[in-house]
Design a protein around this ligand. Structure first.
Ligand code: GAL
Length: 980
């Protein structure tokens, strides 16, 4: 038997030429299911010879498709840019796990009939990580390279029909690994389906059907390229045409075009006497026209996300159910585009994007990011020896997926630098498919692409890119640079959604809306790649990098999605949905009307109903539907509101007018009534509090702190807090301040996480107990002075609080600090721990979910209830979360009782307070590595903040924007505590 060669530069060998993925009526046989399996720690320890003929005594069993290290054979490992072994191409390390798979099959009769009649049989693998040798009955057919790419082997004449042995030897690492260093788990094995296909004599071995749409005439054409003369039928269009082998164009007449907003597909068949293939044609035309990205002649905005395939139990194994769930969730959150980072998805995914309506950047399986560690020395992207490997990868990508109308761009790969092989890939695409644009971010000169793409560019840079299009270029500008400036811009990754994040997305969107060249962006990323395990206590728990004993790993950098691995939307998704909403509703301050802005690119607003609702102090007092004319794409219209919508009288808490735009009819992805956009006008009331008298002294301890709030004993505090449990973003320096310590480090240096309180005086006057405290950090003389005035009022207990920042909050105290920076605060407020575990809270404020100053687009004013498990966000790595902002009044309930807290005075009357009710204190949150390790709650930790810092997106991208920072400041406000 030939030695298993996993260290040779080049594509796989022995497979047939890549073919378009078509749905055919030719017989197929799934070979998914139970296979015999044996894992060896390295190639030399793998069994010899006889295994490929079926000798598997004592072997284990594994289910295909699956990753072996998610099936009890070994453990997963996560790394990002780092490489798990030395950069010594094309060699993998000696310790290179090898998985051998064997399956004995009886060939289905239907397939046998085809081969008996002279037809062929192909053995198809849709995904094997990372390299495989394939055998049938002991005969080696060839090898695969390109883990997420399809390979087919001709097995005609090799199968006897009964008891045939299919055997596959898979190496976890290979020469191919150098081209597959995507930021994700290392998950080897046959993780996509294996299928036996019959190829009838006279069948259609390959065909491409592409719908084109001419927006000026409204006509469509179908370009057909087929390996055999056939009959094309598109019944809905009355098309029945004989098409010759080769390329031909069929006029389709007037058609309804495809777009993400109108995913109109036409069922078509292409048939010979022996085979019929079915295709769904979407008529559309993608162009980069005058620096603007267009579809069907209209500019389009990409409201995108980057999506990896990830299932917390199965890894990158696709299931229809999960793929559909992802796409439905995207559609429900106004997302219209997916970049399949960083490899072609399971083929079925593209059927769903065609059908549901999402634009796709289909990315090739390529990333050589590890070369960044060696200053890109020897990068395969620029080494001619690797050219065939690169071209093979793009060829397999494009060929498999080219019938899908939803694919509007081919992406050559990710983070692989620049070079001759990238150019060779682009050349191959240009020669073989001119119906999509070429995307690649790794070469900022854009010499080979049709769009200018960047990741995590700052707001300033994005604005400059927007402006660049209109600037008169310098006289000596190079032609290549001039060309780059003429391309539409795609922000292929921005808004890093790691932990409590991403902040500053709204500001990006304002830029995309302002400059026609900016075609939108893709949030990094859609789903967190947490892996589910059963922990010591038998509970399902999430794990991340380093949890499986990896020596090289990138910790929780793989937990950075808009949804959890279980597909629970994180607050960042709610924020994004509102930022990218296809309709914007602005309500006039006087409620006489609204401005309705249609941000759809292709459809008017006829499919929406617009309803208004006026609530006063939580009661709906009037509501109705607005008669809205069809507002055209990218148009705006003023619409009057009825008199009943107006605010009259003085509300106790708030008089709120909410205007919603919702789907008139059910779609494939949402029910009728699904809200796509909301506008509000809120008028808040000024609460009245009765006359104040001095409280009973026995209700306070010797430091002047109340013993109870409402019906709840206080177990700690109240005190003043300016720190938060660092979010992931707080732990990283923003890309805008790369040389400065991250916020969390500044806080630790200034020790605001361990402030101490000293009572300076306690005095009682006729109306209040007045307590003067100073809070400061060990070793420093900066802090916060707080004057607490506690009174009894008929409604309950009143607290008037004056806060003054003292000392300096910069780094001047560090000797010879090379840069100057300030210790901006995380927040400013009152912290108190109440008896009993939290049961939930009812609140009037911005909700229903959490928000921070720079992630507040998706919240609206209302009267909400948050259950115990909705109080904080269950981030896999615990961190600050859960703040409800703009709160006017709230009831906090614990297992011991409850208290109502209301804003009654001071500057909080304008904006309300931010209320965080958490089962854990901040020290516990910041010192616990995983959510599953957090202790059972014993108290309820409440923070009432008058101000907070935003969250930014410093893990990748800018930190908190200046306007959302919280420099040291003074504040004064008043709160009322009532028993409930
Ligand atoms: C980008 C990369 C992504 C991911 C992200 C960080 O540089 O393209 O794959 O690593 O950073 O989460």
């Amino acid at each position: 038997m030939t030695a298993f060669d996993v260290a040779r530069i080049g594509p796989g060998e022995g497979s047939v030429a890549p073919r378009t993925r078509l749905r055919s009526d030719a017989p197929t046989q799934s070979l998914d299911g139970a296979w015999r399996f044996r894992l060896s720690p390295s190639p030399e320890l793998a069994p010899r010879d006889e295994w490929a003929r079926g000798e598997t005594e004592g072997w284990d069993e594994i289910t295909v498709p699956a990753h072996w290290n998610m099936s009890g054979f070994g453990t997963p490992a996560y790394s990002n840019v780092q490489f798990p072994f030395p950069i010594d191409p094309p060699y993998p390390p000696d310790e290179n796990p090898v998985g051998d798979y064997v399956r004995r099959i009886d060939v289905d009769d239907a397939i046998r009939r085809v081969t008996d009649a002279g037809g062929r049989a192909l053995l198809r693998f849709d995904g094997i990580e990372s390299a495989a040798d394939v055998f049938v009955n002991g005969t080696r057919l060839g090898s695969t390279r390109g883990s997420r790419l399809t390979h087919e082997f001709d097995v005609t004449g090799l199968l006897t029909g009964t008891g045939d042995v299919v055997a596959v030897r898979v190496a976890q690492f290979s020469d191919g690994t150098y081209l597959e260093n995507q930021d994700m788990w290392w998950l080897p094995g046959i993780f996509r389906s294996v299928t036996l296909l019959a190829r009838p004599v006279g069948g259609i071995d390959d065909a491409v059907l592409t719908g084109d749409f001419d927006h000026e005439s409204g006509h469509g054409t179908v370009e057909v390229t087929t390996s055999a003369a056939a009959v094309l039928e598109v019944p809905e269009l009355g098309i029945r045409a004989d098409v010759p082998a080769g390329r031909s164009i069929v006029d389709a007449g007037v058609v309804a075009p495809w777009s993400a907003e109108t995913p109109r597909l036409y069922d078509a068949t292409l048939a010979t006497a022996s085979e019929t293939v079915s295709v769904r044609i979407g008529f559309r035309r993608v162009r980069a026209h005058g620096g603007v990205l267009t579809l069907n002649g209209r500019a389009i905005m990409l409201r995108g996300v980057n999506r990896h395939e990830h299932d917390p139990e199965r890894g990158r194994v696709h299931t229809t159910e999960l793929a559909r769930r992802d796409l439905v969730l995207m559609k429900q959150h106004n997302i219209n585009a997916v970049r399949t980072s960083h490899y072609p998805p399971h083929p079925e995914f593209l059927d769903l994007t065609d059908e549901l309506g999402l634009y796709v950047i289909d990315e090739c399986d390529l990333e050589t990011h590890e070369y960044e560690y060696v200053s890109w020395r020897g990068n395969p992207s620029d080494d001619p020896a690797w050219e065939a490997s690169f071209v093979d990868r793009i060829r397999r990508t494009v060929t498999r997926d080219r019938t899908h109308p939803s694919v509007i761009m081919w992406s050559l790969g990710n983070e692989s630098g620049a070079g001759c092989n990238i150019r060779a890939m682009a050349r191959w695409v240009r020669e073989n498919d001119d119906t999509r644009l070429i995307h690649y971010e790794g070469d900022h000169s854009s010499r080979d692409t049709d769009v200018y793409s960047r990741m995590y560019a700052s707001h300033d840079e994005v604005r400059r890119i927007g402006e660049e299009a209109d600037e008169i270029p310098p006289a000596d500008i190079r032609a290549a640079e001039l060309r780059r400036r003429s391309l539409p811009f795609v922000h292929c990754e921005f808004g890093h959604a790691m932990g409590n994040s991403p902040g500053g997305v709204k500001e990006y969107w304002e830029l995309y809306e302002r400059f026609p060249r900016l075609a939108g962006g893709f949030i990094w990323e859609w789903v967190e790649h947490a892996i589910a395990i059963e922990d010591e206590r038998g509970r399902r728990a999430f794990r991340y990098g380093g949890d499986f004993g990896e020596s090289v790993h990138d910790h929780n950098f793989v937990i950075d999605g808009l949804i959890s691995a279980d597909r629970e939307p994180r607050p960042g998704l709610v924020d994004y949905a509102a930022i990218v909403a296809p309709v914007v509703i602005e309500v006039d301050a006087d409620r006489r009307g609204i401005l309705l802005q249609n941000r759809y690119d292709h459809v008017d607003t006829d499919h929406l109903t617009v309803r208004w609702r006026r609530e006063v102090d939580g009661e709906v007092v009037a509501q109705g539907e607005l008669a809205v004319p069809a507002v055209g794409p990218r148009q705006r219209e003023r619409i009057g509101l009825p008199a009943e919508a107006r605010a009259t009288g003085e509300p106790r808490v708030a008089d709120v007018l909410t205007v919603n735009a919702a789907l008139r009819d059910a779609t494939d992805w949402a029910a009728a009534g699904h809200v796509v956009a909301t506008g509000q006008q809120v008028r808040t009331g000024v609460p009245l509090v009765g006359a104040a008298t001095a409280p009973h002294a026995d209700g306070f301890d010797r430091r002047g702190r109340p013993l109870r709030l409402g019906s709840l004993d206080i177990v700690e505090g109240p005190g003043i807090g300016i720190w938060r449990a660092p979010t992931d973003n707080d732990l990283f320096p923003g890309w805008d301040e790369p040389t400065l310590p991250p916020m969390a480090e500044r806080w630790a240096l200034a020790r605001i996480d361990r402030m101490q309180t000293r009572v300076r005086s306690i005095e009682a006057d006729a109306a209040a107990l007045v307590v003067d405290t100073r809070v400061g950090a060990p070793s420093f003389d900066s802090g916060v002075d707080a004057l607490w005035r506690w009174s009894r009022v008929p409604e309950g207990m009143l607290l008037e609080l004056d806060l003054r920042s003292i000392g300096s909050w910069d780094n001047s105290w560090i000797e010879k600090a090379p840069f100057s920076w300030t210790v901006d605060w995380a927040r400013l407020g009152v912290d108190v721990a109440l008896a009993g575990a939290p049961l939930g809270m009812d609140f009037a404020g911005l909700g229903p979910g959490p928000s921070y100053p720079d992630t507040d687009s998706g919240v609206r004013f209302g009267w909400f209830q948050a259950a115990a498990d909705e109080l904080v966000t269950p981030h896999v790595r615990p961190q600050e979360s859960g703040s409800r902002r703009g709160v006017r009044t709230a009831v906090i309930r614990t297992t011991e009782g409850g208290v109502r807290v209301s804003v009654v005075g001071g500057e909080a009357l304008d904006a309300g307070v931010a209320l965080t009710v958490s089962p854990w204190d901040r020290t516990t949150l910041s010192t616990t590595s995983h959510a599953s390790l957090l202790p059972e709650p014993t108290a309820t930790h409440v923070s009432i903040d008058i101000a907070q810092s935003g969250v930014g997106t410093a893990t990748c991208g800018p930190g908190v924007l200046p306007r959302y920072r919280l420099p040291a400041r003074d504040a004064s406000f008043a709160l009322l505590f009532e028993t409930v």
